[in-house]
Design a protein around this ligand. Structure first.
Ligand code: NDP
Length: 324
């Protein structure tokens, strides 16, 4: 089978298309023929070495496809050869074939394509736990979402609106601003033209943001704290611009008894029950049309390095997929 494997960390040039043996499912696993693989920022962190990975390493951790074989001990899972499934959080999806634990697989509803399922799993469930659990958005809350035209951003705006929030968002250019507005954002700030903290404070109607959802990190963290209301929460869930440097916690008390959390999707889908509940909610909303996916970039597997270059250069909006 073909796969994008790295043998060392580095820039997109370390990503090579290789011919590798098809993996065999061990006990508890399924072998899946991929129809689409999702591209996510975490793939960049792993490629760069910001997160550790054991070399050689097949990139990618989101996909959808058809079960072609099952390992021992999967009889109770309800899975059969031929089932369409989707999953995330398991490495090895930039490939034609991948293995994954049966306990992490979700049946794809008939009215959803495999591309839609691959596009919704990681970013959709992330938006879901951010809006419902990391901070539970209440009707009337004002919240700020950075990178509003990104993969997570466009989905999180829609979920925050459906929970009754007044949504502020930041984006880098006018095209992205339009997409964020279409997704339902009430106040869109072009941070390349004005200071986002000043703009948000000026347009806020109350004491400030109940929550800031910050995936940008290094370049936004301090100013994200500035726009929170007393006892507001900064949900720092990524670092697209780099990691946040060490921080003196006393600032949280000085700025109004603030909270900061640094969550990961794994911890919010740790049990089978929670994984299934979030996945079914997201895929159900995609099927009904309540949640709109924007699959804006589709690359061939061999072009995976271009997908990374585009993601890192802020040239993407919504979801990027690889087709094996
Ligand atoms: P996006 O589609 O949001 O792409 C990143 C966007 O971030 C860019 O398009 C850009 O938007 C903005 N950005 C701002 N500064 C930079 C910079 N210096 N370099 C690159 N991009 C920048 O990516 P994803 O939706 O895949 O992921 C968004 C973030 O969420 C990532 O940080 C990721 O790690 C995190 N994440 C965290 C999870 C968790 O559970 N903790 C799970 C899933 C994702 P603009 O041009 O508008 O500035």
């Amino acid at each position: 089978m073909q796969a994008i494997q790295i043998q060392q960390t580095g820039g997109p040039e370390v990503m090579a298309l290789r011919e590798l043996p098809t993996p065999s499912p061990v006990a508890g696993e399924a072998l899946i023929r991929l129809e689409a693989s999702g591209v996510n920022f975490i793939d960049v962190y792993l490629r760069e070495g910001r997160y550790p990975a054991q070399m050689p390493y097949i990139l990618g951790q989101e996909g959808a496809g058809t079960v072609v074989a099952l390992g021992e001990g999967t009889a109770h899972s309800g899975l059969k050869v031929g089932d369409r499934v989707a999953w995330c959080g398991v490495p090895g999806t930039y490939a034609q074939m991948a293995v994954a634990p049966a306990s992490r697989l979700i049946h794809v509803p008939d009215d959803i394509t495999s591309q839609q399922a691959a596009a919704a799993m990681l970013q959709g469930m992330t938006a879901h736990y951010l809006a419902h659990s990391a901070y539970s958005i209440q009707p009337g809350d004002e919240v700020l979402i950075h990178a509003g035209a990104g993969g997570v951003g466009l989905l999180l705006i829609q979920m925050a609106k459906s929970l009754g929030a007044r949504v502020f968002t930041t984006v880098s250019n006018e095209e992205k601003a339009e997409l964020a507005r279409e997704a339902g954002a009430d106040e869109v700030v072009l941070y390349t033209r004005e200071d986002f903290a000043a703009a948000v404070k000026k347009r806020a109607s109350g004491l400030g943001m109940a929550a800031v959802y910050d995936s940008v990190g290094k370049t936004t963290f301090e100013k994200s704290l500035e726009v929170l209301r007393p006892r507001g929460i900064l949900v720092l869930y990524g670092g697209s611009s780099g990691a946040v440097p060490p921080f003196d916690l006393i600032q949280l008390s000085r700025r109004g008894s603030l909270y900061v959390t640094r969550p990961t999707l794994n911890d919010y889908t740790a049990t089978r029950e929670e994984l299934v509940a979030r996945a079914e909610s997201v895929l159900g909303d995609v099927a009904s049309g309540a949640l709109k996916l924007r699959i804006a970039h589709v690359y061939q597997l061999a072009d995976a390095a271009s997908a990374h270059r585009d993601l890192e250069a802020r040239r993407t909006t919504g979801k990027a997929l690889l087709i094996p």
